[in-house]
Design a protein around this ligand. Structure first.
Ligand SMILES: Cc1cc2nc3c(=O)[nH]c(=O)nc-3n(C[C@H](O)[C@H](O)[C@H](O)COP(=O)(O)OP(=O)(O)OC[C@H]3O[C@@H](n4cnc5c(N)ncnc54)[C@H](O)[C@@H]3O)c2cc1C
Length: 450
């Protein structure tokens, strides 16, 4: 039996960051990982998709080269090299995480952890016990109860990242963040992309204004997006063609494809944990936790995707910090209600805080003001004029939310997060000097509209 102060199950961005921070605070930590350190984010999520995004952006620029007076460009697209580069990026970052975990206070255990009781887990027949346990086992691809989703050629996002060719016809089921990122990437790579989505808009958690504009921009680039379409079944013909059958406005339609990507969301990963033996409650949405990330068993915490609160890497990391501060008996100033989110399509979209729809539903009085990339010097110079910023503030001017669509939206949103963390008003924002010409001025321009 090995004993430590804190036992962490899962070494994704929730688990490994918390382990390193706890070790630096003098706590002994055992961290158990069933697959590869870095978790979904590093190995099969955030990072490999962003490596692909870079290839996609370069290809898009090459296609527009003549706009910039660059003529006669010829190039070939070597997808094997694209994959190799993506793998190198992932490996380099993973070795960085391995190094971080080589701390004298951290014991890294390879294997799958399963609870034996509320303080003990078993890994490869060995027992590990701790005063506090943090579950950080992430999530897995969600499946729909429809026929054909296990046919060859129907891939999860993990499998799609390892595909060895660019499919000629790609059908994506689901227009959430993962679906739209793959749609944008593979459209740039040359696939004919169709997205089939059950909801009325793409990106259901985003402000409708932004979702609509992004849909228009992606449609202009040749991506077919079909909303309010319920997939009924996927079939495979003898020649290997996959047929996605869906119902839209009462009529059955079909989309033919060489590859189908299933991107209908993610589900908490608890299958092998044996939660019952530790008395931990679980719902289909994940392991319920309070504001300190405690489960119903007070010394056991659940952070990141597995609690189903906010399936983003940075949310996992900061929830881990909250859990650790609680274990250490320290208060913190982390605002877990202010979490930026981004979708790395071309162009990008990003948001923080409340959407207009949420303000209306919650009866919150608000004022919304907009600014546009086409009026920004840097955006025009970059030929990135398709974009908008929408800022929401309450009657006293406190910023309630910001919704962005356009080049570098994911980076731009950060300034508003900082302001919201300080409960700043649009008046405060107006008085902060911004460098010129920068895209940051677009966001400030929305504040100047108040
Ligand atoms: C394609 C894709 C793109 C994404 N892009 C982004 C993005 O751009 N930005 C962003 O913020 N988020 C993104 N996400 C979401 C992000 O990956 C997750 O929110 C994040 O990884 C959650 O971190 P976590 O620590 O909770 O879990 P994970 O990263 O999933 O890590 C959990 C770890 O636990 C291990 N594990 C599971 N069960 C056990 C067990 N019983 N014993 C031991 N180990 C176990 C797993 O092997 C895994 O390594 C993306 C996700 C996908 C799929």
């Amino acid at each position: 039996m090995t004993t430590s102060d804190i036992l962490i199950i899962g070494a994704g961005p929730g688990g490994y960051d918390t382990a390193v921070y706890a070790a630096k605070q003098g706590k002994t930590v055992t961290i158990v990982e069933a697959a590869r350190v870095g978790g979904t984010c590093l190995n099969e999520g955030c990072i490999p998709t962003k490596a692909f995004c870079r290839n996609a952006a370069l290809l898009d620029d090459l296609k527009e080269a003549s706009t910039y007076g660059i003529e006669g460009c010829t190039y070939t697209f070597d997808f094997q090299k694209v994959r190799e580069r993506k793998n190198q990026v992932v490996e380099a970052l993973r070795s960085g995480v391995e190094t971080l975990l080589k701390h004298k206070n951290i014991l890294k255990v390879e294997g799958r952890a399963s609870f034996r009781d509320a303080h003990t887990v078993e890994v490869n027949g060995e027992l590990y016990t701790a005063e506090h346990v943090i579950i950080a086992t992430g999530s897995v691809t969600k499946y729909l109860p429809i026929e054909g989703l296990h046919l060859p050629g129907v891939l999860t996002s993990k499998e799609m990242l390892d595909i060895d060719h660019v499919p000629q016809r790609l059908c994506i089921i689901g227009a959430g963040v993962i679906g739209m990122e793959f749609a944008s990437i593979f459209n740039s790579f040359g696939s004919q992309v169709t997205v089939v989505e059950f909801m009325k808009e793409i990106l259901p958690n985003f402000d409708t204004d932004i979702a609509k504009r992004l849909k228009q921009a992606l449609s202009k680039r040749g991506i077919e997006i079909i909303n309010q379409a319920g997939v009924k079944a996927v079939e495979r013909r003898d020649d290997g063609t996959l047929v996605v059958n869906y119902e839209v406005k009462g009529a059955m339609k079909a989309c033919e494809a060489d590859t189908v990507l299933l991107a209908v969301g993610r589900a908490a990963n608890v299958d092998s944990l044996n939660l019952a033996d530790a008395g931990i409650e679980f719902t289909p949405k994940g392991i319920p936790v309070n504001e300190n990330m405690q489960t119903n068993v007070p010394h056991i915490y659940a952070i990141g995707d597995v609690n189903g609160r906010c399936m983003l890497a940075h949310a996992a990391t900061f929830q881990g910090m909250r859990a650790l501060h609680h274990i250490l008996g320290e208060a913190d100033a982390i605002r877990l209600d202010i979490v930026p989110a981004a979708v790395f399509t071309s162009p990008e979209a990003a948001m923080v805080g409340l959407t207009e729809e949420q303000c209306k539903a919650q009866g919150i009085a608000y004022v919304a003001k907009k600014s546009f990339f086409r009026a920004n010097g840097k955006a025009v110079s970059m030929n990135e004029t398709d974009g908008m910023c929408k800022l929401l503030a309450d009657n006293e001017g406190h910023i309630l939310g910001c919704h962005l669509f356009g080049a570098h939206a994911a980076d731009l949103i950060q300034e508003v997060c900082a302001l919201m963390n300080r409960n700043a008003t649009v008046q405060d924002f107006k008085s902060i000097i911004h460098a010129h010409p920068t895209l940051g001025e677009v966001v400030q321009a929305a504040a100047h509209e108040f």
